[in-house]
Design a binder for this molecule. Structure first.
Ligand code: S3P
Length: 172
């Protein structure tokens, strides 16, 4: 199987930040982000894809990205959009690591970020906090079910979480 680490979890949990920390810890890894890949492939912001083509079209782009990653990529840490766990070949891409935290911790992380407004604005499924809370309630079991490794991210700083991810991924 491809030697990749695939970070899954809810919007705002810190998948991108952790991917960058993992690369700082292990310089043989390269960081990729599925939302960034989709935006560069389509030259369109995620928010606009949702508004013009709709969510189903975005999910199809996620599947295309998953297929390409599974075939072509190794030695990467891949941060994913919060709904990417639904692709049908997730485990073929690499070791799936679920970044686990409760909804209020995630909300606090987003609201306390210096660019909180921007972080919220670019996420079409986080425009209404109560709707996002319900989406979290729908999804959090599924994240655990599809993951090879579950990491509680609300217990330590980014460096210690990254070290734990590397330790756990090495055992897979
Ligand atoms: C989504 C999460 C977003 C992005 C899109 C849909 C989701 O990524 O892929 O807005 O379904 O949870 P982040 O998890 O990086 O916010």
């Amino acid at each position: 199987m491809a030697r990749n680490i695939v970070l899954i979890g809810f919007m705002g949990v810190g998948k991108g930040a952790l991917a960058r920390e993992l690369v700082r810890c292990d310089s043989t890894l390269y960081a990729l982000d599925t939302d960034d890949m989709i935006e560069s492939m389509t030259n369109t912001r995620i928010k606009k894809i949702f508004a013009t083509a709709g969510e189903a079209a975005f999910r199809a782009l996620e599947q295309k990205t998953a297929d390409w990653l599974a075939k072509n990529v190794t030695n990467a840490v891949i941060s994913t959009g919060g709904g990417f766990y639904k692709v049908d070949n997730l485990k073929a891409i690499g070791t799936v690591v679920y970044l686990k935290a409760d909804f209020d911790w995630i909300l606090g992380r987003i609201l306390n970020a210096p660019n909180a407004k921007k972080k919220l604005k670019k996420r079409p499924l986080f425009q209404d906090v109560e709707k996002a809370r319900s989406l979290f309630a729908e999804r959090y079991h599924r994240y655990e079910e599809v993951a090879d490794v579950v990491i509680d991210v609300d217990r330590g700083d980014t460096r210690s979480v990254a070290e734990e991810v590397l330790r756990m991924a090495a055992q897979q």
